[in-house]
Design a protein around this ligand. Structure first.
Ligand code: GRG
Length: 296
């Protein structure tokens, strides 16, 4: 099967898994559940669950234990987007080609839906105990999910990003820190959890964390590039937001051409590191390579 068809097929499967873990819309608190489901089902590439599932397969994982964690990582990713779009942050009206959650449900419900998704992610991930109680990796996987989403991960990176906005004095070192945490941490979490639950060794887990860090960095640089060269139709959100928000990005630091070269080089470094493992997953390699050419 051709790679793009394979991606489409797997994305659809992942969509089904995520959907199966979403809450029923019922009870007096129904509105928050509707807002959660609206946000998660608004589309998206489902990259993080895909990386998680493929890393799990890379290390020989075969059970459904990975599924609640796949849903959980997408819930955490979605919460971050819902909160990032709020008036107090980027104040965006469109995301994934649809109205943002607060634009549809109001600001208070946008905040609550984000909070609820973060919490429900952990409630969902713990269902792994029912699927494979004998898997000793579950506590470590939960710890990784928590840590990489929090102050030592995504929230930490977003904090520095928010504080730097509109200010001069951004250094390359600080920008790397922001990218590693804000974007990289959830990608690291995804791939590490796949490795942990499949029973990879400590050394293999470390290698995968490094591979994922490089994938995350390349992904964020490509995001910066698309904010300059992309189109609103394909991206599903307005372009030029970095310039409007006076943001220092990899593109403003290094220039467009160097940024494009670096996306390719950093991704190839990630692939080379993965190739040094004894286990192989060709689809995962192709997936990482395909991200360098992504248009959304
Ligand atoms: C609000 C705590 C908090 C964190 C926000 C993730 C984030 C941090 C902000 C969103 C804006 C942004 C540019 C984040 C960097 C990561 C990134 C490129 C997210 C978009 O991920 P995709 O392209 O989105 O995988 P889809 O829609 O495909 O799921």
């Amino acid at each position: 099967m051709e790679f793009n068809q394979e991606i489409a097929k797997r994305t659809e499967e992942i969509e089904g898994i995520i959907r199966s873990y979403l809450p029923k819309e019922e009870g007096y608190q129904k509105t928050v559940m509707e807002a959660m489901n609206y946000s998660v089902l608004a589309g998206g590439k489902r990259l993080r669950p895909m990386l998680m599932q493929e890393t799990y397969r890379l290390f020989g994982g075969k059970s459904r234990i990975i599924e609640p964690f796949m849903a959980a990582i997408e819930m955490i990713h979605t919460y971050s987007l819902v909160h990032d779009d709020l008036p107090a942050m980027d104040n965006d009206e469109y995301r994934r080609g649809k109205k943002t959650t607060h634009a549809v449900y109001g600001e208070a419900m946008g905040i609550l839906a984000g909070d609820a998704l973060l919490n429900y992610a952990f409630e969902t991930a713990t269902l792994a105990f029912d699927i494979e109680p004998e898997n000793t990796g579950i506590p470590r996987a939960l710890q990784t999910l928590a840590r990489k989403a929090g102050i030592y991960g995504m929230v930490g990176g977003q904090t520095v990003d928010v504080e730097s906005e509109g200010k001069s004095g951004m250094t390359k070192e600080k920008l790397d820190f922001i990218y590693r945490l804000k974007t990289g941490a959830l990608i690291e979490s995804s791939m590490q959890i796949g490795a942990i639950l499949a029973g990879a060794t400590k050394n293999e887990q470390k290698m995968i964390e490094e591979v994922a860090a490089a994938v995350g960095l390349a992904f964020q640089i490509q995001d910066d590039i698309l904010d300059v060269t992309g189109t609103a139709e394909v991206l599903g959100k307005p372009i030029g937001s970095d310039e409007r928000n006076n943001k220092t990005t990899y593109v403003t630091c290094e220039g467009l051409e160097k940024a494009k070269e670096d996306v390719k080089n950093i991704s190839e470094q990630a692939i080379a590191k993965m190739d040094s493992l004894v286990v192989k997953n060709e689809f995962l390699t192709e997936l990482i390579r395909s991200l360098t050419a992504r248009e959304k």
